[in-house]
Design a protein around this ligand. Structure first.
Ligand code: ZN
Length: 776
């Protein structure tokens, strides 16, 4: 420790987007003090009561030796960017808001901007009297004077700089409370009335976490704040969580798809109030600890609040399947990754930190037992409250709670990149199991301690598989019961494995392994399509979602080879779910894929009035218009002008599917106009599915890359954008793609670029093998 407290006196010039600040620092011991501070004008420094010369290079402010306190006067502009303290415009106004993770606090005030440098913060903010101010803590005092009001906030408990929050603007609020904790939804433009659902969810989740962890929520209040321009989906600032508008505001008119998204996001951010805010990782290399837990626990808690949604299906088909895909590349990274600086930290907000970490936690929980897992977590959080911890602190707690070798297993899974494939040899009552590393482009020799649970003649058996060995099995058997283990299995007889399945989790697991081996080139497309056609009548949400997303991905890569199969599979699924009650969410998901491949269905949906279509079906409606309407851009553009943010997002996503090249180009350019919020520029990733315009999309990406880069600078969005778009639109332009990324030095997205280039190789290989001749 050195700085134990910051006192910040901001005086904000609202009209000119500028502020001055007097900052006081208090130390608990003398230190040679260097502070992170970017883009400021430093007016003066006082150390231990007297003026002191300082050195400042625009990034670091060196104060020299400080024995107990320092005072800094500085000023800065509030830019229109998506990082630091920034101005976020909306129709008819703007707010000023902060987003600091990982390194934005230094853009607002000089500080020791590292997660382990926890301190107390006391904010005092002077603004025009008609503006509202929100921070982590409730106001202690509000005073009017000199034509301005000053709001003094209560002091925070010790916390990391990246979790500090300040929001200024004309907010309107909804209010509720849970015990002594006040809950608010705050929004701009009078939109908070759409926050009732969010408030209900937050209340239930706060209660659920307090009980699960055995620790109450620690601050006197909690704000959920809608922000008009926001790079991420949401951010867990302690007591003042920020959201992209559509991730917070949803009502009856929004449909279940939107409400699910809102609930999952809120519950994820609430998990961070304990896991991340109360106990924080020591350094960014353990970021995954925050994100994996928030991801895994949020599904558990949403499942408790809305059991009818069966969100564990969603967990498997998006978090587990999604991360396994990236983890099958040699460009993957270990869950625990070395992070030398903040530019590297920005890039690890990816599927490995969130999805793989969360899936590995599910594996260890199923190995330890649910109660032991919960006890270990609770002990860990109690022990490290208001301070920092590493992953090994957590393994120790879990090991103690369960008496099982958690540290050994987890350190292998967390520190090693990739995951194993277990191959089965022999077909009698004894089969040989051998493991190696799984990759789309070639396997490699390696092994993991695998907590193996398998099904044999309907019964469960478990063992810890550390090296190649043989097991005795009955007539029917499959490995990886419930798909709880994070590994692949290569069966000689896929039919035998499918027939041994006891439930949909088992079936999902076999189908998922088969799909991975299809991408690897070991399973043929006919064999794969034959197997999934057996599930065209499935009434299970998990299987339906998984197969639909596999077919969706395959369509984006090898449209000709799967068009027919995808059309007939999705047609029977849409018919089936349409006949059920409360299945709007499933129908909507399936219809989005069906409109791309089924002319009759697509034309019929595209001719319907967009506003008369139920909200869960509107994304499909926008896509149908894009693909099948005669004037797609004009039509979607007109709808856009009358839409709120929720429908605007759907319409932009739809535009990315436009088939006519000229119209598609206009749609891409439209993303760059003032009519589209900067945050929504990321909708361009939906162009990944536009198999008719890969080249157009790639050329546009190249031409506008400098702009994309600027908009998303240091927000961590760029690597994900590149890795989601380029593997698809790059098909057919492979050498040009490699050349572009060789010629441009883009350190802030290097991990995303590596993933993109390798996945492009995997998809190009499949495309060359299966597509005959150029696409029509
Ligand atoms: Zn998170």
């Amino acid at each position: 420790m050195s700085i134990i407290k910051y006192e910040l006196f901001f005086d904000v010039d609202w009209q000119n987007s500028h502020y001055t600040c007097r900052e006081k620092l208090f130390l608990d011991r003398p230190e040679e003090l260097t502070l992170d501070a970017v883009g400021m004008k430093i007016r003066g420094v006082e150390v231990d009561g007297s003026a002191r010369p300082f050195s400042y290079d625009g990034k670091l402010l060196k104060l020299g030796n400080v024995s107990s306190r320092a005072e800094i006067e500085f000023e800065r502009d509030v830019p229109e960017e998506l990082m630091g303290f920034y101005r976020a415009p909306y129709d008819g106004g703007y707010i000023m808001t902060t987003h600091f993770e990982p390194d934005g606090a230094r853009l607002m005030f000089p500080c020791q901007d590292e997660p382990s440098k926890k301190a107390r913060f006391k904010l005092n903010v002077k603004v025009d009297p008609d503006l509202d101010v929100i921070s982590n803590m409730p106001p202690a005092r509000v005073e009017e004077g000199e034509g301005k009001k000053s709001v003094e906030f209560q002091e925070t408990p010790p916390m990391s700089t990246y979790l500090l929050y300040l929001g200024i603007g004309k907010f309107d609020q909804l209010e509720d409370s849970l015990g002594d904790t006040k809950l608010y939804v705050a929004a701009f433009s009078g939109k908070s009335k759409r926050g009732r659902f969010a408030l209900e969810v937050a209340k239930k989740a706060l209660k659920a976490y307090s009980e699960y962890f055995g620790i109450p929520y620690q601050l006197p209040k909690l704000h959920l704040i809608a922000v008009p321009e926001f790079a991420m989906g949401a951010m867990e600032n302690w007591g003042a969580i920020t959201f992209r508008e559509t991730a917070l505001l949803a009502d009856e008119k929004s449909g279940e798809t939107a409400r699910r998204g809102v609930a999952t996001t809120i519950v994820h951010e609430l998990a961070h109030q304990w896991f991340g805010d109360l106990v924080t990782m020591k350094w960014w290399d353990d970021l995954w600890l925050n994100e994996s837990f928030a991801t895994y626990l949020s599904y558990k808690v949403v499942d408790g609040i809305f059991p009818e949604w069966q969100v564990m299906s969603e967990f498997l088909s998006s978090e587990t399947s999604g991360s396994l895909l990236v983890d099958s590349l040699s460009s993957t990274h270990p869950i625990h990754v070395e992070v030398r600086n903040e530019t590297e930290a920005e890039q690890i907000f990816d599927a490995i930190s969130y999805g793989k970490g969360a899936s590995v936690l599910r594996m260890i929980e199923s190995y330890m037992g649910e109660e032991e897992f919960k006890k270990g977590l609770s002990d860990f959080l109690k022990r490290f409250s208001y301070s920092n911890a590493t992953a090994s602190d957590l393994w120790d707690a879990l090991e103690k709670a369960s008496g099982k070798p958690v540290s050994k297993i987890m350190s292998a899974w967390v520190n090693k990149a990739g995951h194993p494939v277990i191959a089965i040899a022999g077909s009698g009552s004894s089969v040989a199991l051998s493991q190696r590393g799984f990759r789309f482009l070639g396997n490699w020799t390696d092994s993991w301690p695998v907590p193996l649970v398998y099904v044999s003649d309907g019964d469960l058996y478990s063992t810890l598989l550390e090296k190649d060995s043989a097991i005795r099995v009955g007539k029917s058997f499959k490995l990886n019961a419930d798909g709880a283990g994070y590994y692949r299995v290569l069966y000689q007889d896929w039919g035998r494995a499918l027939s041994a399945c006891r439930n949909a989790y088992d079936q999902w697991n076999v189908i998922s392994d088969m799909y991975a081996h299809l991408l690897q080139g070991v399973v043929g497309i006919d064999q794969y399509l034959g197997a999934i056609s057996g599930f065209s009548g499935t009434e299970d949400a998990l299987l339906s979602q998984e197969i639909s997303s596999q077919l969706g991905m395959l369509y984006a890569v090898v449209p000709d080879a799967v068009r027919e199969a995808s059309a007939s599979w999705h047609r029977s699924q849409v018919d089936l779910w349409q006949g059920k009650e409360n299945a709007g969410y499933m129908v909507g998901r399936l219809a989005r894929r069906l409109v791309l491949v089924d002319r009759e269905y697509g034309v019929s949906l595209s001719s319907k009035d967009y506003w008369s279509v139920p909200p869960d079906l509107r994304q499909a409606s926008a896509l149908a218009k894009a693909v099948w309407s005669s004037k797609p851009f004009q039509e979607l553009r007109e709808l856009y002008s009358k839409a709120d943010e929720e429908d605007r997002t759907r319409l932009l996503h739809g535009m990315m599917a436009i088939r006519r090249p000229d119209d598609f180009r206009r749609a891409l350019d439209f993303l760059l106009t003032k009519d589209v919020r900067k945050q929504d520029l990321r909708q361009v990733v939906a162009a990944a599915n536009n198999v008719h315009n890969r080249k157009v999309a790639w050329d546009w990406f190249k031409a506008n890359f400098p702009l994309l880069r600027k908009v998303f600078s240091s927000s961590g969005v760029l690597p994900g954008l590149i890795s989601s778009l380029i593997p698809y639109v790059g098909i057919g332009s492979e050498s040009d793609v490699s050349k572009f990324f060789e010629e441009n030095d883009i350190p802030e997205a290097i991990m995303g670029i590596r993933v993109a280039l390798e996945l492009l190789q995997v998809y190009s290989r499949l495309n060359r093998a299966l597509e005959t001749g150029p696409s029509p």
